[in-house]
Design a protein around this ligand. Sequence first.
Ligand code: SF4
Length: 686
Amino acid sequence: MTRTATHCPYCALQCGQWVDGSGAVDGREFPTNRGGLCQKGWTSGALLGHPERLTTPLLRPSRSDPLAPVGWDVALGHVADRIRALQAEHGPDAVAVFGAGGLTNEKAYLLGKFARVGLRTSQIDYNGRFCMSSAAAAGNRAFGVDRGMPFPVTDLDDAEVVLLAGANVAETMPPLMGHLTGARLVVVDPRRTPTAERAVAAGGLHLQPVPGTDLVLALGLLHAAVVDGLLDADYLDERTTGFDEAWRLAAQWWPERAERVCGVPAADMRTVVAWLAGARRRYVLTARGAEQHAHGVDTVSAWINLALALGLPGRPGSGFGTVTGQGNGQGGREHGQKSDQLPGYRSITDPAARAHVAGVWGVDPDDLPGPGRSATELLAALGRPDGPKALLVFGSNVLVSAPHAGAVAERLAALDLLVVADVLPGETAMAADVVLPVAQWAEEEGTMTNLEGRVLRRRRALRPPPGVRTDLEVVSGLAERLGVGGFPAEPEAVFDELRAASAGGTADYAGISYARLDAGEALHWPCPDEAHPGTPRLFTERFGHADGRARLVPVDHTPSAELPDAAHPLRATTGRVLVHYQSGAQTRRVAELSAVVPESFVEVHPDTAARAGLVDGEWARVVSRRGAAQARVRCVPSLRPDTVFLPFHFGAGQAANLVTNPVLDPISRMPEFKVCAVRLEPLAGS
Ligand code: SF4
């Protein structure tokens, strides 16, 4: 049977896959995975032809009615009619759009254009706000460019030392561990994750800070580097600015003082800095553990400052990077589905950027809306007098993935119109007024941009089920019914327009074509013209700021927004497990995966469990100031006694986000998923 070369539907490693016409999946040789897949990738074929697959539009005539099957004309006509009526009554911002970091580049681009030109609304953002925005903001202010990994993943093969801050890659993207086998690993994580276990087993270190104090740890490491004479002074002189200002704040965090706040032994800090400074090829990589805080941008900046002080970024064989999470977490933030952004990673408030993009779109720059609300703020405004009355959701399951999920449910219920385009009946889709069944990864053409900024072709291996349309066809069909042109449904046509819109921007795709990708070229942006080979490594000569230098940013410790007290004495943190992905809407429906982890759990130290009257294997309530989540108790002796951990893949009463804190980083507007105060209670009757 013919098989098609494509990529995994899940995470940002975008492992190479073969998919045949029956939906059978096999690993495919590709630099990030070298033929291997994780359990999620191997079982992803189960999503194709899944018995719960949405295959016909569903419509709920009123909130008290059940969803009922309708034809596409009825569904799209109803949505268009409601949009027209709500905008006529309340103005263009009455309609909002919510996108996703798993959407292809073409979808992300067309959604951004559809919001600004088709709907004339400023109210668009996406779930990447929950997962990469702090790293993006910190990368931009340090380097002038935000590309998760500014070097190919294969550069890590030769690393001698790698520090992973808040990155549990052994579970989130296991094939990446194959690139780290030769390196001594230092893992920063409140939990003894599988990644931390591997580090310790191979002679590395696990640094186990109090949740929310990673920034202090990074400052302590910088302090040790300075005092122990391990700075790269020539690099700082030639390639950076801002060291003195950053040091003025770091100077107060000598390792012993940092230890008192973060709990990591000062001796370990000195050891780690000596390892990093003493190696020739070394990397600092961060992920969500460092980013999902009310001070996540500053925390990432603290890790970047350390990397700059040691002379890593832009040096061949060394570097700083962030391990992107969602499948198109990189491309998803480049093409205009962020509330403050236009294609090409341009600012929506920059007059030159507005003029360029408006020219491609054939509209007057003055007619383009300005910045809208960020994701959490957008969800909080739904149905309020000054907020959107309708929400169109593409590829996102906000009832599970957004912070303070109980409040999100209330806001969705207050809408006049909730429309969800999705593949499977996730929690948010089932709460919608209109559900639009759409094609998935191996059923459509498109491109993704992986964690190293490489643009990849997703190819169609089989046809979607009858009755299913692509997201591009949905947007195109809605635009047509609203009487606006310029929304093609053909992926290559959309990509070619994206290339023109991105030309000259930071994320410049102008030289990347389907033809070049299909010919097998490895193209990383920026790639400004078709003769350009792409840019696998950034910053080797200069950084993205006008002076070519990287910036150290002065940052200091700020406690987490919510601290434990007598009523809520523990810190809860959240994360992923190997067999599930994001809100679990897909992986919970794959029998081989859900058999491994079928329900939520709470990891708790045995002493803490005993104090709360909990028994290993029985059910508990995890209670915060906002709500409670049910989870089965797992006693884990290696966990900090002041900390509990919840996976965020489960819905309804088990949703970890029932307890999380929606407080936002002031710069990135990322919520503080990684720390909130909770107590544990036995679940009555369990
Ligand atoms: Fe898919 Fe990520 Fe697993 Fe690779 S590591 S198979 S991209 S989920």
